[in-house]
Design a protein around this ligand. Structure first.
Ligand code: SF4
Length: 302
């Protein structure tokens, strides 16, 4: 069978090994070298272009149904759990805790739960909104597993690598948020970042009040494409007597945005994390749809 393999950045180092293994089984194998951000970003166009009958996507669970033969290959990583013992001191004031993790460690979540329960905690595991597939799993754009239990817990615990995933959950919850990072061996409450990001958001809204020309970003990635929202936003902007154009790309390239000198501000309809994590990568304000709507409402009041 002719197949295209797609790996997230952290797994690209394994591409040759996997390709050779599948070739030995009699397949004709190709590897996508494009950046890969998640299962929202399937290389279906590339697979179709080379005539592949199947796309094998490593490291992420299914994000949404697509009209192509895609096999998702789970890649779990055993995170060392000794660090949990040390996290107990930080969790002393909290009786009920919620735990979340990423797809790579979801197989360990029951063991993490058991550990905290043995230590006398009541442990809750929430449900994702739908893009994430497992209880307790969070994605950058699906923090339901934390948000759905926010009112019922005294604190949240994220067990896993990196800050990308817990940051999204932090910004959509109110309770103390502890990151237990087994690879860096660090334990840290990250609550202070809520205010940092709130300030950034208020700054963007204020800057957008001065803007007259808006570029609305639409990504062609399967799970990020939202032309419907982009058209609604364009209409809202134009109703205010301002100018807007819809800007279409697969990846958002910040250098290209900076070359679009006519625009005073950009509005993101692609991966929601772009207007949170990447705001400092362009010279112009980079707003979410909600931030744009807020700035338009403020204009109305003046
Ligand atoms: S956070 Fe962004 S990159 Fe990650 S799965 Fe969601 S849409 Fe895709």
């Amino acid at each position: 069978m002719k197949i295209l393999l797609q790996f997230p950045e952290g797994l690209k180092q394994k591409a040759l090994e996997y390709a050779k293994r599948l070739e030995k089984e009699g397949n004709e194998v190709f590897v996508s070298a494009s950046p890969t951000y998640g299962a929202c970003d399937l290389a279906i166009d590339e697979a179709k272009k080379i005539g592949a009958e199947k796309l094998v996507h490593y490291g992420h669970a299914e994000f949404q149904h697509v009209d192509f033969n895609v096999e998702y290959v789970f890649y779990s990583i055993d995170a060392p759990m000794e660090i949990l013992e040390r996290s107990l001191e930080a969790l002393t004031p909290f009786n009920t805790i919620g735990i979340v993790t990423t797809i790579q460690h979801i197989h360990q979540i029951e063991k993490v739960k058991e550990f905290y329960e043995k230590a006398g905690k009541k442990v809750l595991i929430g449900k994702p909104y739908g893009f994430a597939k497992h209880k307790g799993q969070i994605l950058g754009c699906d923090i339901g597993s934390a948000a759905s239990i926010d009112s019922a817990v005294d604190a949240h615990v994220y067990f896993g690598g990196g800050m990308f995933h817990p940051l999204g959950a932090l910004l959509n919850t109110k309770k103390p948020f502890l990151v237990v990072e087994p690879f860096q061996n660090t334990i840290e409450f990250i609550d202070k970042y809520r205010e940092t990001y709130r300030k950034k958001s208020r700054g963007k809204i204020a800057a957008a009040l001065e803007a007259n020309k808006f570029g609305i970003l639409v990504s062609t990635k399967n799970g990020q494409y939202n032309m419907g929202l982009a058209k609604i936003l364009k209409e809202r902007i134009e109703k205010k007597g301002l100018k807007a154009a819809i800007l279409v790309s697969n990846n958002v390239d910040f250098g290209s945005l900076d070359n679009m000198l006519e625009f005073d501000a950009f509005v993101n309809t692609a991966c929601p994390r772009i207007s949170v994590d990447d705001v400092d990568r362009t010279r112009k304000p980079l707003l979410s749809a909600n931030e744009l709507m807020e700035s338009l409402e403020i204009r109305e009041m003046h």
